[in-house]
Design a protein around this ligand. Structure first.
Ligand SMILES: [Zn+2]
Length: 74
């Protein structure tokens, strides 16, 4: 499978949602046609989703309580 020039050109802005409607359409059309980009896109997207959810995940209440307890001066 050959690396594809379109990847660098389209994929990053596509993932960052920085494309115009026309550009996004072009990217989607390309993703449909290009196995390499599609695989990379899926990988990058799941990676990003993981990172985003790791950042947004609220801290569990019991962990928060434990951390608060640690901060309490003796
Ligand atoms: Zn491609």
């Amino acid at each position: 499978m050959d690396p594809c020039d379109k990847c660098e050109e389209l994929l990053q802005p596509f993932l960052d949602r920085e494309l115009t409607d026309a550009e996004r359409e072009e990217a989607e059309t390309h993703l449909d046609a290009c196995t390499y980009c599609r695989k990379r896109y899926k990988f990058e997207e799941s990676l990003r989703r993981y990172v985003v959810s790791a950042c947004r995940e609220p801290m569990p209440a019991d962990l928060k309580a434990k951390l608060a307890a640690l901060r309490t001066p003796l």
